[in-house]
Every structure is written in structure tokens, then in C-alpha cells.
Ligand binder design. Structure first.
Ligand SMILES: Nc1ncnc2c1ncn2[C@@H]1O[C@H](COP(=O)(O)OP(=O)(O)OP(=O)(O)O)[C@@H](O)[C@H]1O
Ligand SMILES: [Mg+2]
Length: 891
């Protein structure tokens, strides 16, 4: 772009190159002030890379691309984006495209001005950085807000982060000579160097700003006689330069400032080609060629900033309208052109074509840019888009947690509904908003009544599928199942209606413990996604809930990890897809909790609560999960507080989730010390689940009773033999009905706890450990250890080691089962035990604690007895096996 050669920056360039070609292959990001030379460094670095073996993409984000989803990557991604993908699906598709084009070469993604990336592009860059065969390098300007996925590049250690310093004086002088194409006298170089403070752009603008008389060349040596004493402001300098342009050249820079990247052919149609050339010669714009066409960009982003700031609103609008016209005239070619035209029309107040706006809104929504999609859909409606625009806008508003507005939009077109097809769509969207968004349970009856007026079988099926899933959510499970089956049996039903019905049934099957059938159904819905997504995007939520329920009930933590990684839960915020992101976070917290990672469980569930705070759909579930995490840590106060929040926020229309909330309530009671209250509560819950046929949930609740020391407690109704079953018996019975590896293990735990050997308990612990159910494994081991200790068995030492190892993998965990078996030491005993475990002799302990040596000995004997150890050698491990104590904290 610049006519002069690259000066200095040897170290930085080497670091950049070795980031790509070196062994470690960790990328690097440079940040620094405007004009300090970041973009140039990046460009030189990429140009210096060896041609073979690397697939290099350079992305220049800009203020204009920042407004469009994937605008930053428009030059990298293919024209056609497949339809019907989830946010994660789009990201995965984009990564696949890059991988394909790289064809085995190492991917290098160079991102200039990463602070200007639109959210989905930022998410994609992050994802590429995570792939094994890719390196991401880039720049960002100081003082600008960075998209989270970009900041996470260095906080996650995927790239190094370096501040680019000003050029040192000697290099500034060389740069000056390079710009002026000749040597510069020492005093002038010194003065300009100091004024510019080593900022190359400022230096360059100072030179450009110089009047004829101020910059003279004698005997080949340049001399500057300008009278500036204070360093001028860079933007002021640019301001002055732009102010001096002829109207024609200025018009060119303006068009580029609002429309970059702009096709050269288009610019040449809009402006006099002579002016375009002049702008290029003066270093204001730059033409870059990619394989498809020549694009024009500003030579420096500051020109755009100054230009846009100087441009009055009325002129800005005229320019945007002009750009839209031009692009419409030459024909929209790139994938982004439709969106660009629509946004220009919107911004310039010339949005009159509802079809264009509606198309653009769909495109924005398909890329999960909820805010932009909302604006476009609303404009489409205002422009007379009628029913279709209203339907789309209401759907988007529902996703954005704005149900009241959604209802308003739908009701305003209620009189425009022509024909059954539209009526069925209107009923379902309105029903969804009203049931889940506004918690109006009567919705079910309303749509059921209006359904009967529909004559077409497909239209009916759509409404039936909705009625079915609503019924499931309010626990009319029998009817829900029947309706779902009816839809599946109707050949006329659309793919979306059918798959919605299948999701409903899959959810129910999971709750009932038919986990295999549920999995099959869920996979099928997923496989059909391409055929239902455009028609019914919200089906994604039903699918996720069914799948999450199944994975959680199966105790399939690896499965949860896989979907969380797959859906990039942490990145999906890019699309403002709150319900989806929030639900995944709940699952993630659940998995962390069962692994004993109580810090992560608490943090993640808190995050879920925050994301879901404004929605009535999953807020209660998120709070219940937080209550569980707090209970696991023995934090009774927070557990109780979260449970109260769960009760306050839980929507009546989500009653199908009651097993999770009530299970949490049991844990909260126990954490608060009310174990008998917890047992009573869980007993009642088990009865209710049995009555509802939710065997998948019931096994978990029964296992909670085992964990509270109740394996032999009687339960449920009196049987034909006149007695009642015990918890262990009922679990054994259910383990034959509920699918998967987990139920038999839970039942075995119950039997072992009821009277089995310590060895059996340890075997059960191994089983749990293999499934990464670390908390359960530790609890079973603790029970075994307690038994061995009471018998003064020599096997206690090994069990103690195992318990210590399991607890060592957990964060703070304090459950009743772990406390129950653990010996109670007094404060004094703790002090003595910890010192002794650290190898302090009895004599020194006595001195430190102001005790007699004899008293210390007595304490130690008592401690050995309580812990069941033979002597000092085993003390350290024994202390580590006491939950909540790693032998170092306050005891
Ligand atoms: N080491 C160098 N050698 C030669 N020219 C340079 C050097 N560094 C920067 N320049 C020139 O200085 C000008 C400003 O540099 P550049 O565009 O890289 O700044 P930047 O840090 O990217 O600024 P911004 O944050 O505004 O994007 C450009 O014209 C560039 O070519
Ligand atoms: Mg730059």
C-alpha cells in the first residue's frame, strides 16, 4: 500500500514469523496506538511467509463490516452459506470451509483491527485459533473495546500479546528518509522525530501537511522549517488534510468511508475515475486485488473516522442511499450484498421494499444476529410486509426475551390472516410466545379450540405438534404422547411439525427412563435439522432440552462435554442466543458438580442464572442448579437463597422440570443440617415420580436417599406380600427398567450400603470413578473406609489413600455422606495433627502450643484412634481423606 519500504521492527517481525513457523506455533497479537505501525507489521510479516505449506488469510475488519454478521470474514467465506444451521453449525461450517481450502497446509489467519470484528467473526477466529493446524495472528488498537472471543485468545493462552512500542529515533529518521525518498538533515529529522514521538502515521501526516515553503530540498538533502512546537493531534492533521481535498476526491473518500470494502468498478461508476486515481495517489485509499475482484479500502482507518465524523447526518444518509442504489444497479453478487443494501436502506431512511428487508432479516436471523434481524424485520413490517414480516419479527422478539412486544406484533396482524396455512402459523407462534414467554397456561386450551376450525391436515398437524409440547411442559403427559404420535402418523405433516413431535416424545422417554429410544429419536431430529430450521428455528430449544435431559439422567458427562464443546457454549453469546446458551451452561454446571468440581459448578451455574434472568423458561432450573452447587460445597445459606430464587422464578408452564427443582430442595435441606427433613422430602418426591411414571428421574432421587444413609428405609405403597419395599429394593427393580450403565450401579451402591462388604463398596466406587462421577465415588469410598476403620482393618490405609486421591481431584465438597464417616477432631486435635503430619516432633509441637510433651502424646494417641491409623506415617493421608480439609486450612 505504501510506496516506501519497511523500516526497522526486526525483533517484532521475527517474533511474528516464529509465531507462525516456530515449533510452539502459538499465535501473537500486537496492540498499540493508532498509527504506531501494527497493520504494516502484520502485512510485512504475512508477505514474508514461505509460500509453500501455509494457507494464509488476511482479514481487515473495519467500522463498516462490524455492522454485519460475518462482515469481517466476507473475503474468506464462500458466497453461499448453507441454510438452516444453528450458531454452532455455522461456525463449524466456516471452519470446515477453511480446512478444505487449506488442503492440508497449515492455516494462518491474520486479523487486522480485531477490535472491529463483528461478533460471529470474532467467535470464528477464536475457534480457528483452537484448531490444531492453525495459527492466529493479529492486531488491535489500544483503548478500544475488544470482542470477548478475541480477548479470550490471550487469556486462554492461545496467542501471545505484545504491545507495539513507538519507533526508536534512529528508525524514525530512516523512515523519514524513506517517505521523502532522500536523506534528511539531522536537525529536521530530530524535530520531526520528536513531534511524531515515533508514530509512523503521525510522521507521515506531518510530512504531507507541510506547506511547500516548509519542506525544501537542497543538494539532495531535505530540510523541514515548519514551526510546530507542540506535537499536533493526529486526527487534527488528518482533518486538515481532508478539508483541503477537492469536492470530487473528497466524494471518493466519503463513499469508501461508508462503504468499504467497495468494488473498484462500482466506485468508478459512482465517481469520476480521475478522482479515484487522485485519491489513491495521495495515499487516502488503497486498491487491493483478490482472486475475484478489485476492492477499495481506506489507506488508514483514521481517515474513515475523521470523514464519518465530519459528515453531517443528511449527507451521510444521502451517501448511504447512493451506495444502496449503486449496489442494486450493478447487481448483488456477494453473500453480504443483500444485507449491506438493506442496512444502507435502513440507515438512510429509504427502506421501502418489504421483500428486500424481509429477506435480509431472515439472513441476519439465520446468522443469529438477533439485534440486526430485529431492526430489519421491524422495518419490513413498517414497510408493509404484512403477515410474513409480523411472524418473523415476533419469532425474533421471542428469542430476544421480549414476549410482550411479540404478542403486540402478532395481534396487530390478527385481522390480516387469510387462509388456514397462515392461521396455523399464527396460532403456533402466538401460542409459543403466550405459553412460554408470558406463562399463560390457558394458551393450550385456546389453540386446541381453534385447531378444530382448520381443515387441512398439514395445518392441523402443526398446531397439534405445538399443543403436544405444551401439554408435556405442563405434565399432561398422556395427552402429549398421544398428540405427538398423531402427528408422526400423519403423512401430510411438515418436517418441522413431525420433528417437533418427535422431540416432545424424546423428552418424555428420557424422563421415563427409556434412554435408548430417546437417543435414537433425538439423533433423528438432529439429522433433519437442515429441513426444519428455516421453518421453525425455535425447535432447536425443544431438541436441546430433550437431549440435555437424556444426557443428565444417563449420567453421561462425556456426552455433555461433547455438546458443550460442539455448541461452543462460551462463544455462542456471539449470536445473543440466550436460551440456548443458558441451557447449555446449566448442563455444564451439572457435569462439573458430579465431578466434584464445585468451583466450576458454582461459577457456571451463576453464569446461567445471569444469562437466563430475564426469561421465564429456564430461570428456575438455573437457580436450582446453583442451589445444588452451593449445597455440594456445604454453603447452606447460598443454597437456601438460590432455592428461594428458583421458587420465585420458576414458571408454572415449565412444571415438567419439577424433578430437578425438588431434587435440589432435598440437597438444600440436607446441607442446612435438616437431614430428616431432606429424607422426608425425597421420599415424597420418589412417590410423586413413581406416580408420574418418571423412572429416569426416580432412580436419581432414590440414590440421593442412599447417599443420605437410607438404603434400607421403606418406601412407596404396601405390596401384595403385605410389606413395603426398601429404597435398595426399589432401585434394583428400576435398574432393570431404566436404560444404561448407571441404574445397575446405583442399585449396587444401595445394596452395598445396606449391608454389603467394604470391598463391594470400593468396587462400586471404582464403577462411579470410571464414569467420572467423582463425588459418588468419594462417598462410597468414605462409607467403606468408615467400616474398615471401625473394624480396625489393615485395609483402611489403602482405602484412605483412595479417598484422598478422589478428594484431591475435587474442589471443596462437603456432603452429608462424606461428613458422616469422617472422624470429628477437636480444634486442638486438628492443630496437633496437622503439625505432626508436617513432620514436626512432639517436643516442638509442645513448645509451640504451650503444652506438655505428655499432653501432646495423649492427643496424638486419641487422634490415631479416631482416624484409625497406626502412627505418624499414615497421618498425612488420613487428614487429606477428610473432606473439606486438605490438612492445610483452618480445620
Ligand atoms: N516500520 C514501518 N516502516 C515503514 N512504514 C511504516 C512502518 N510502520 C508504519 N508505517 C506506515 O505508517 C502508516 C501507519 O501505520 P499502520 O497503518 O500500520 O498503523 P496502525 O498501527 O495499524 O494504526 P491503526 O491502529 O490506526 O490501524 C502506514 O502508512 C504504514 O505504512
Ligand atoms: Mg491498522
Amino acid at each position: 500500500m505504501s510506496r516506501w519500504g519497511f523500516v526497522g521492527r526486526t525483533d517484532e517481525l521475527n517474533r511474528l514469523l516464529s509465531a507462525v513457523t516456530g515449533a510452539e506455533r502459538r499465535g501473537i497479537f500486537f496492540s498499540g496506538n493508532a498509527g504506531i505501525g501494527k497493520s504494516r507489521l502484520l502485512r510485512e510479516g504475512m508477505a514474508a511467509l514461505p509460500r509453500d505449506g501455509y494457507a494464509v488469510w488476511t482479514i481487515a475488519a473495519s467500522a463498516t463490516t462490524a455492522a454485519l454478521p460475518f462482515g469481517g470474514l466476507v473475503q474468506v467465506l464462500p458466497t453461499e452459506q448453507p441454510q438452516g444451521l444453528s450458531p454452532a453449525g455455522i461456525l463449524r461450517w466456516a471452519v470446515d470451509v477453511l480446512q478444505q481450502q487449506a488442503a492440508g497446509r497449515r492455516i494462518v489467519l491474520a486479523v487486522d483491527d480485531a477490535h472491529l470484528l463483528d461478533p460471529p467473526s470474532a467467535a470464528l477466529v477464536h475457534l480457528v485459533a483452537r484448531s490444531d493446524n492453525a495459527t492466529v495472528v493479529g492486531t488491535s488498537r489500544d483503548g478500544e473495546q475488544l470482542p470477548l472471543p478475541i480477548r479470550a485468545l490471550w487469556t486462554d493462552g492461545l496467542v501471545d500479546h505484545v504491545e507495539l512500542r513507538p519507533l526508536p529515533p534512529a528508525e524514525t529518521t530512516r523512515l523519514l528518509s524513506a517517505i521523502l525518498e532522500g536523506p534528511v538533515d539531522a536537525t529536521s529529522a530530530d524535530r520531526l522525530g520528536r513531534l511524531s514521538e515515533g508514530n509512523p502515521l503521525l510522521l507521515r501526516e506531518l510530512v504531507f501537511a507541510a506547506d511547500r515553503g516548509e519542506l525544501t530540498r537542497t543538494y539532495g538533502i531535505w530540510k523541514w522549517t515548519g514551526r510546530l512546537e507542540l506535537a499536533p493531534n493526529l486526527t487534527d492533521l488528518i482533518d486538515v488534510r481532508i478539508g483541503q481535498l477537492t469536492p470530487g476526491v473528497r466524494g471518493v473518500v466519503e463513499l469508501v468511508a461508508f462503504g468499504e470494502p467497495l468494488g473498484l468498478h462500482l466506485l468508478n461508476q459512482a465517481a469520476d475515475p480521475v478522482d479515484v486515481e487522485t485519491a489513491e495517489e495521495r495515499g487516502l485509499i488503497a486498491v487491493e486485488h483478490d482472486d475475484r475482484r478489485a476492492n477499495v479500502r481506506l489507506a488508514h482507518p483514521l481517515y474513515g473516522e475523521v470523514m464519518r465524523r465530519r459528515c453531517p447526518v443528511s449527507r451521510t444518509r444521502r451517501l448511504q442511499a447512493r451506495l444502496a442504489e449503486l449496489l442494486e444497479l450493478v447487481g448483488k453478487r456477494r453473500r453480504d450484498d443483500l444485507l449491506r443494501v438493506a442496512v444502507w436502506r435502513l440507515d438512510s431512511g429509504t427502506a421501502q421494499d418489504p421483500a428486500l428487508l424481509l429477506d435480509a432479516a431472515r439472513q441476519a436471523f439465520a446468522r443469529y444476529d438477533v439485534p440486526l434481524a430485529t431492526r430489519l424485520a421491524r422495518a419490513a413490517l413498517d414497510a408493509g410486509g404484512g403477515f410474513d414480516a409480523a411472524e418473523l419479527l415476533a419469532t425474533i422478539l421471542m428469542f430476544a426475551d421480549r414476549p410482550d412486544e411479540a404478542i403486540g406484533v402478532l395481534d396487530a396482524v390478527a385481522t390480516d390472516i387469510e387462509g388456514d396455512r397462515r392461521l396455523s402459523r399464527w396460532l403456533t407462534v402466538r401460542g409459543m410466545v403466550s405459553y412460554w414467554g408470558l406463562s399463560r397456561e390457558s394458551t393450550v386450551e385456546e389453540i386446541a379450540a381453534r385447531r378444530t376450525t382448520l381443515t387441512d391436515s398439514a395445518d392441523q398437524a402443526r398446531v397439534l405438534a405445538f399443543e403436544g409440547i405444551m401439554r408435556l411442559h405442563r405434565l399432561d403427559t398422556g395427552i402429549a404422547l398421544r398428540l405427538g404420535q398423531t402427528v408422526l402418523d400423519r403423512p401430510a405433516a411438515s418436517v418441522a411439525a413431525r420433528e417437533l413431535a418427535r422431540s416432545t416424545i424424546a423428552h418424555l422417554q428420557a424422563a421415563q427412563g427409556q434412554l435408548h429410544r430417546s437417543a435414537t429419536a433425538i439423533n433423528r431430529v438432529q439429522a433433519e435439522a437442515g429441513r426444519w430450521r428455516a421453518d421453525m428455528p425455535y425447535l432447536q430449544l425443544a431438541l436441546e432440552l430433550a437431549r440435555g435431559t437424556r444426557l443428565a439422567l444417563a449420567g453421561d458427562l462425556a456426552g455433555i462435554d461433547a455438546i458443550v464443546a460442539d455448541e461452543f457454549a462460551d462463544l455462542a453469546g456471539a449470536g445473543d442466543f440466550r436460551l440456548g446458551t443458558g441451557y447449555l451452561a446449566i448442563l455444564q454446571a451439572y457435569a462439573a458438580r458430579l465431578r466434584g468440581q464445585s468451583d466450576a459448578a458454582l461459577r457456571t451455574s451463576l453464569g446461567a442464572c445471569a444469562v437466563l434472568a430475564t426469561s421465564r423458561v429456564y430461570a428456575g432450573l438455573a437457580q436450582a442448579e446453583r442451589a445444588q452447587a452451593a449445597a455440594l460445597r456445604g454453603d447452606a445459606a447460598q443454597a437456601a437463597e438460590a432455592m428461594a430464587e428458583a421458587d420465585r422464578t420458576h414458571a408454572p408452564g415449565m412444571i415438567v422440570l419439577y424433578p430437578w427443582l425438588e431434587q435440589a430442595r432435598g440437597a438444600v435441606l440436607a446441607a442446612g443440617g435438616d437431614v430428616s427433613g431432606a429424607v422426608k422430602h425425597l421420599n415424597g418426591l420418589a412417590d410423586r415420580l413413581r406416580a408420574d411414571g418418571f423412572a429416569g428421574h426416580e432412580v436419581h432421587v432414590l440414590h440421593d436417599l442412599v447417599r443420605l444413609g437410607q438404603p434400607t428405609a421403606p418406601l412407596g405403597p404396601t405390596c401384595s406380600d403385605g410389606g413395603r419395599r426398601t429404597v435398595a429394593q426399589r432401585l434394583t427393580e428400576l435398574s432393570e427398567r431404566v436404560d444404561g450403565l448407571l441404574p445397575p450401579l446405583l442399585a449396587r451402591h444401595a445394596r452395598a450400603a445396606a449391608g454389603g462388604s467394604a470391598d463391594e463398596l470400593l468396587a462400586v466406587a471404582d464403577g462411579f470413578d470410571a464414569l467420572e462421577l467423582t463425588v459418588y465415588a468419594a462417598e462410597a469410598t468414605a462409607t467403606a473406609l468408615d467400616r474398615l476403620r471401625r473394624r480396625r482393618s489393615p485395609a483402611a490405609a489403602a482405602a484412605r489413600e483412595r479417598l484422598a486421591a478422589l478428594l484431591g481431584r475435587c474442589d471443596l465438597v462437603r456432603t452429608p455422606a462424606l461428613q458422616a464417616g469422617s472422624p470429628a477432631l477437636s480444634d486442638r486435635e486438628w492443630q496437633v495433627a496437622r503439625l505432626a503430619a508436617d513432620g514436626v516432633t512432639s517436643r516442638v509441637i509442645a513448645e509451640r502450643l504451650y503444652l506438655s510433651a505428655r499432653t501432646v502424646e495423649n492427643h496424638l494417641q486419641r487422634i490415631y484412634g479416631k482416624l484409625g491409623v497406626a502412627g505418624r506415617a499414615e497421618l498425612r493421608a488420613a487428614l487429606r481423606a477428610i473432606p473439606g480439609h486438605d490438612g492445610s486450612d483452618g480445620g
